[in-house]
Ligand binder design. Structure first.
Ligand code: NDP
Length: 292
């Protein structure tokens, strides 16, 4: 049996229409567009191409975009000064600091210079802390107005729009980075899944994965997760972006997984296209928070 394909590309197209309408409504109401500022130090090729992709998406949607590209030699003080300046600028609604930062820069200090209400990447400790403290779905939420990193938010949106039941299910997330794996685990926990967060030191990773009703991969290792690691009928969300002989592949071995899973995101065309859409939504949310 072949799995249902969770078509992130198609979903992103639909959601883009929704975002365009919301942006137009915001502009009509306030007379200016939601805008994002990206800060980069150095010319890491992946960061450069990600920033270009964001510029294209944002400008295409009539949203503001500004790139603050500092040299690789920029000091921590210079980077913090730029980020703090953007944090204080009322014309900037969302701020993203691209990683990797040059050697010797303390990323934690730079992240803390982002105003939490402009932190559209969800990396400031206030936002990560609020996500960690959020009430489970269905209970009165004591913690509001925080940002979730766009990639896991996109994975959750795929699960939501495809109406995948999460409450009471066993979700396994492989990968514990602050930007993908860890927030994904917290978001699944909020939806009342029972969550296992696996990583490079997890014993019997294949056995752990086989227990998953929902299996999420955020590792960065091409084809790590094989079809026989997947419980028949499980829902598989693959965040991996890897290149093998010039071809983009996920962390899940798609050919074998598609025969076992109940539903699966392809790579490309799964979680990737959702990321920029969720970022646009985060910037829109930031602009709404800052309405003056
Ligand atoms: P990181 O390198 O920051 O984290 C990778 C995680 O995988 C770590 O927690 C690491 O464990 C774990 N890991 C590494 N090797 C193994 C292994 N053999 N078995 C089990 N766990 C392992 O990566 P990111 O979270 O930033 O990215 C993960 C993937 O998602 C990458 O392919 C990246 O390109 C992709 N990505 C996709 C995006 C999208 O839009 N779809 C956006 C951002 C990233 P440990 O903590 O023990 O070291």
């Amino acid at each position: 049996m072949s799995a249902l394909i969770l078509d992130g590309k198609e979903l992103a197209k639909t959601m883009k229409e929704e975002v365009l309408a919301a942006v137009a409504e915001f502009k009509a109401a306030h007379g200016y567009a939601p805008s994002v500022a990206i800060v980069r130090a150095g010319e890491d090729p992946a960061s450069v191409s990600y920033a270009n992709a964001i510029r294209k998406t944002f400008e295409g949607a009539g949203m503001g975009f500004a790139l603050h590209a500092l040299p690789e030699s920029a000091s921590q003080e210079e980077i913090v000064r730029v980020v703090a300046g953007l944090s204080a600028d009322p014309n900037v609604h969302g701020i993203m600091v691209q990683e990797p930062l040059p050697k010797g820069i303390d990323e934690a200090v730079v992240k803390e210079a982002i105003a939490p209400q402009k932190d559209v990447d969800g990396v400031h400790p206030v936002n990560t802390g609020r996500l960690a403290q959020v009430a489970p779905a269905g209970r009165p939420a004591g913690v509001l107005d925080f940002f979730v990193p766009a990639t896991p938010a996109g994975g959750m949106e795929i699960l939501k729009r495809y109406k995948v039941e999460l409450a009471g299910k066993h979700a396994v997330v492989v990968g514990r980075s602050n930007i993908v794996g860890k927030p994904m685990a917290l978001l699944l926990l909020r939806e009342n899944a029972t969550v296992t967060l696996a990583h490079s030191r997890t014993a019997d990773l294949a056995g752990v994965c086989r227990q998953a009703d929902i299996l999420c991969a955020a590792v960065g290792k091409a084809g790590l997760i094989k079809g026989d690691w997947i419980k028949p009928g499980a829902v598989v969300i693959d965040f991996g972006v890897n290149f093998v002989e010039g071809k983009m592949v996920g962390d899940v071995d798609f050919a074998s997984a598609v025969e076992v899973a109940g539903a699966i995101t392809p790579v490309p065309g799964g979680t990737g296209p959702m990321t920029n859409i969720m970022l646009m939504l985060n910037v829109l949310q930031a602009a709404r928070l800052l309405v003056r």
